[in-house]
Ligand binder design. Sequence first.
Ligand code: PEP
Ligand code: MN
Length: 339
Amino acid sequence: MVVVMKQGTQQLEIDKLVAQFQLQGLQVGITHGVDCTILGLVGDTTAIDIDKISINEHIERVMRVSEPYKRANRKFHPEDTVVRIGSAAIGGGSFSVIAGPCSVESGEQIIEVAKDVQASGAAMLRGGAFKPRTSPYSFQGMGAPGLDLLLEAKAATGMPIVTELMSEKYCQLFEDKVDVIQIGARNMQNFDLLKEVGKLSKPILLKRGLSNSYEEWIMSAEYIMSEGNENVILCERGIRTFETYTRNTLDVSAIPAIKRMSHLPVIVDPSHSAGMYWMVEPLALAAVAAGADGLLIEVHNDPPHAKCDGQQSLTPEHFGRLMGRVSALVDLVGKTLVK
Ligand code: PEP
Ligand code: MN
């Protein structure tokens, strides 16, 4: 349920109302918008009589929210959420690019790629240390030592680091070392993991599952937010369809749809969507044009010899050319490219 307060209502009156709802066993999220304050009520609101509470002179209107997602719902929070990571920002008109290799392979590799992508305008560095691979015989990532190499690249460039967490047992390690914690497509509905990262203070980059609906995806964000972590970035990374030419099918419709359903920022990963390096640029441009708040792009200094996802990785030169075009389009759609 959403309670919209009248413009200019005193904080004291808002506090009184919040206390009243809390006494009824409800959790209350408060959003102070430009025009008004909104109270988002979570819990069993069936006993609330809308006509009765509407008598309160400070209440503008009351609406029931039929969707199962509440905290992530745009009705609870009409303005875009802006997730801030150091000097970078995603959402609300700020556009950031996250770039780097699929996996961290060595100190030289990650530092070289970090410097290259930064020079081309990336705001954050990505690189997997713990890799979710389809085969147990494939390279599984460097593990915890990979996180330290990411920290070396951060020290060399100042770029915040984004990397995937697969297991609850590393939550504290990630909380201590990582700037943005990625939850991969395969773990989008690992509800225990979602609850644990909901208790952390770091922003969560939540990828869409391979075959998940918009509502299922937003419900996963709701799991994280219900534990207190409101800084969730949604990432469309392509879904399974009947088409086999591409690795996945980029669902461009997800961008406007999710932005209508939710206030959370939406970024796009054209690399895992396409699975082919030459398709990354057109898909990245389509994402910007459709309203994405950022991009996540795989870049490798030597794609033919990459330990993971070389076929879809851009060279630093190619990434530089892409950034020139992305930057022009970001301007055109009225957003600011954060570097
Ligand atoms: C990745 O970002 O390297 C990755 C494994 O992505 P996804 O979870 O989208 O497959
Ligand atoms: Mn990858």
